[in-house]
Design a protein around this ligand. Sequence first.
Ligand SMILES: *[C@@H]1O[C@H](CO)[C@@H](O)[C@H](O)[C@H]1NC(C)=O
Ligand SMILES: *[C@@H]1O[C@H](CO)[C@@H](O)[C@H](O)[C@H]1NC(C)=O
Ligand SMILES: *[C@@H]1O[C@H](CO)[C@@H](O)[C@H](O)[C@H]1NC(C)=O
Ligand SMILES: *[C@@H]1O[C@H](CO)[C@@H](O)[C@H](O)[C@H]1NC(C)=O
Ligand SMILES: *[C@@H]1O[C@H](CO)[C@@H](O)[C@H](O)[C@H]1NC(C)=O
Length: 437
Amino acid sequence: MAASLLLIPLSLSLLLQLAYGAPSCAAHDHTSTGSTLPLFHVNSPCSPFRPPSPLSWQDSVLQMQSADRSRLLYLSSLAVAGRSFVPIASGRAVTQNPTYIVRASLGTPAQTLLVAIDTSNDAAWIPCSGCLGCSATTFNSAKSATLKPVRCGAAQCSQVANPSCGGSTCGFNVTYGSSAVSASLVQDNITLASDTIRGYTFGCVNKVTGGNSFPAQGLLGLGRGPLSLISQSANLYDSTFSYCLPSYKSPNFSGTLRLGRKGQPLTIKTTRLLRNPRRSSFYYVDLVAIRVGARVVDIPATAFAFNPTTGAGTVFDSGTVFTTLTKKAYTAVRDELRRRMGKAAVSPLGGFDTCYSVPITVPTITFMFSGMNMTLPQDNFIIRSSSGNTSCLAMAAAPETGVNSGLNVIASFQQQNHRILIDIPNSKLGVAREQCS
Ligand SMILES: *[C@@H]1O[C@H](CO)[C@@H](O)[C@H](O)[C@H]1NC(C)=O
Ligand SMILES: *[C@@H]1O[C@H](CO)[C@@H](O)[C@H](O)[C@H]1NC(C)=O
Ligand SMILES: *[C@@H]1O[C@H](CO)[C@@H](O)[C@H](O)[C@H]1NC(C)=O
Ligand SMILES: *[C@@H]1O[C@H](CO)[C@@H](O)[C@H](O)[C@H]1NC(C)=O
Ligand SMILES: *[C@@H]1O[C@H](CO)[C@@H](O)[C@H](O)[C@H]1NC(C)=O
């Protein structure tokens, strides 16, 4: 396969010649209304974080897969450590894959920042002014009249992984990939769309040393643990939000994040939202079967089992790109797809083991959740080169051993152009098709 092959979604960087703040970025329906925020892909023209030069299709796919592998390690580390919360910043990478970003304003007067959202994290992590070793994108904490340090005795300080209380204020030091990160825990107003959350607790990053793995953008954790934005804004948004991730194929990469009950779809298919004490930040659901085309494939129930002790089960995650299934589930899906492709030659690409140079004929794959079927069209399970010559099944098997063995992750490629509704008070997760890009 030629290395110059470009995949439509990823070749986009070629099209993205517009600088952040260019008129066409600001113009295209990117203004916030009510509690709805535009959501951008990190490679969008509206993102200052897009890569400087486009990668070949193969390199892009391999890079995303490698980031997914780190992400999986990170997700699993949360269970290994046996913590009941996701720390503000863990010893492992917090956002290996900060794929989607939103605009947020912090402080008084308000300063606008672009931050990555992550539905499997509670962390908020903002590069602050004076930060040694951070990128140029910083929150000027000295200029905010409402910024307050969190004191050592405060409840929030005990929710941080390794609090360091040298003085009276709460701080923490962590490693992020090859970087050492030093931050203090602070509170300030955060404004999303037109709503202000006062005294929002987040980590203000002061120093980054070693390596270059610290992500440029801050992080906005939308998990369900105590320090997440969702928990901190429960009075305002009733622990309810929805998002629609834009298609990788859309040049503008603009979807929406909608906070609160207002404006949510009135009729939407839903399944039970589960809480797993082992990984308490995650949005777990009950996946019961998978259909390839019209056929329900033979997968033992153990491949989907929800287990509060090990953390096994199925989660929706916005920070992983490609869905990973437990080995037995993945193998059954893949084998059925291969069976339907008959004699066509199959080849691997990086972590994908089922690629074809002829069109894939399977029209849909359906995740069957308790009480809800989510039927994916090809755009949500086949990744294609722009020439159309190569198509891969865009899913993979989770490692068979170790703590990940029981975790199925429904990832962002599979969620694009769907509205995902999280309704914590009613323990529901909703899914509806929506062309949001
Ligand atoms: C992308 O943005 C441009 C400029 O704002 C707009 O004209 C175009 O219709 C948008 N394309 C899509 C697919 O939304
Ligand atoms: C931030 O909150 C304080 C009260 O804590 C309020 O006086 C101030 O106006 C708020 N700032 C913004 C930008 O909303
Ligand atoms: C954290 O890092 C800062 C800056 O490098 C240092 O001054 C402080 O002593 C460190 N704290 C701990 C507990 O290691
Ligand atoms: C899901 O699809 C199956 C057919 O494969 C059907 O029997 C079942 O009733 C559907 N479930 C829902 C909730 O629509
Ligand atoms: C893709 O297929 C087209 C038409 O079949 C062919 O002309 C082209 O050379 C192929 N490209 C690659 C990279 O194989």
